[in-house]
Design a protein around this ligand. Structure first.
Ligand code: ASP
Length: 319
């Protein structure tokens, strides 16, 4: 077994992580998942530390999961959202972040509309910075929880066919998953209309498909993505109805997947648009499992970036 330990201060993306680092995160996630089924779910790993969630774009799952993860690790947590911050008074992101640091924050989780914003703060601040989504660039903890969930259902992902269907162009979830699934040896197909799934994605080592039956045939997992209206400045398809008609996942199309294939979605789901409502609630859907796995994943990332080692978890007394 590898003896490599986690040495990174920050988690700003999946792109630059190696396989060993990914396995450390997955092992740590598993260990923390175990603690979440105990009667007393708290561990003292981050006692005395303060995690600040600076969320400057809307979020439900990621923000709450980071808050819960920090609390399960016994940290103090402060969440700041865009309308409640002095950014609306003209303060720069750099100044906001440096002031949060001056208030003795020990870790910062950032969600921001600008690609590269988390990497920028990671360079400026001497505390760990975790990317909670930077524009259409990366959403590393989402991809980690997605692949953790896939591994629970499908085992080793080497050679598994994963189809990501929807608005790939504007999706940070797609980019982080393409990096991560590639590093884990999965065969990734990205599918959707050519306006939202340009051929340039082949440079990331994936198959690009505009033919839905082909993209879904024999897939082990399909991941649906919402249309990212907030990032689109031009019209990419005639109407939502036509998008659903051509690329929505319905019962007939789901029948093309492998019988044991799982249906995934990072949320928020738009029922009746990218996914048929019954399919979202069906036994093949692991959408809510993904959400639950988001807590242990964020615990692992907060813990590792704050300097926690792999052996510590087993020694943690629950309290
Ligand atoms: N929640 C995910 C994100 O923040 C997916 C989405 O919004 O469609 O990127």
């Amino acid at each position: 077994m590898s003896t490599q330990t986690w040495t990174k201060k920050d988690l700003v993306g999946i792109e630059h992580l190696n396989r060993e680092e990914l396995e450390i995160i997955f092992r740590t996630t598993s260990a923390f998942k175990g603690t979440l089924t105990r009667n007393v779910k708290k561990v003292p790993a981050l006692r005395g530390k303060t995690v600040v969630n600076l969320f400057l774009e809307p979020s439900t799952r990621t923000r709450v999961a980071f808050e819960m993860a920090a609390k399960r690790l016994s940290a103090d947590v402060v969440t700041i959202t865009a309308s409640a911050s002095s950014l609306v008074k003209g303060e720069t992101l750099r100044d906001t972040a440096q002031n949060i640091r001056a208030l003795n924050a020990d870790l910062l989780v950032l969600r921001h509309s600008a690609p590269g914003s988390a990497a920028y703060l990671a360079r400026i601040l001497d505390i760990p910075v975790i990317n909670g989504g930077d524009g259409a660039h990366e959403h590393p903890t989402q991809a980690l929880l997605d692949c953790f969930t896939m591994r629970e259902h499908l085992g080793d992902l080497t050679g598994k066919k994963v189809t990501i269907l929807g608005d790939i162009l504007f999706s940070r979830v797609a980019r982080s998953n393409i990096w991560l699934l590639g590093k884990l040896g999965a065969k990734v197909t990205v599918a959707g209309p050519s306006t939202l799934v340009p051929d340039t994605f082949t440079h990331m080592g994936v198959t690009v498909s505009h033919n839905l039956p082909e993209a879904l045939a024999d897939a082990d997992a399909v991941m649906l993505l919402r249309i990212q209206h907030e990032r689109q400045t031009a019209t990419h398809f005639p109407s939502l109805g036509e998008y659903t008609g051509m690329f929505g996942l319905n019962q007939a199309r789901a029948a093309l997947l492998k019988p044991e294939a799982i249906i995934m979605h990072p949320g928020p789901i738009n029922r009746g648009v990218e996914i048929d409502s019954n399919l979202a609630d069906s036994s093949r859907s692991v959408i809510l499992e993904q959400v639950t796995n988001g807590i242990a994943t964020r615990m692992a990332v907060l813990y590792l970036c704050s300097g926690g080692g792999p052996d510590l978890i087993s020694k943690q007394e629950s309290k």
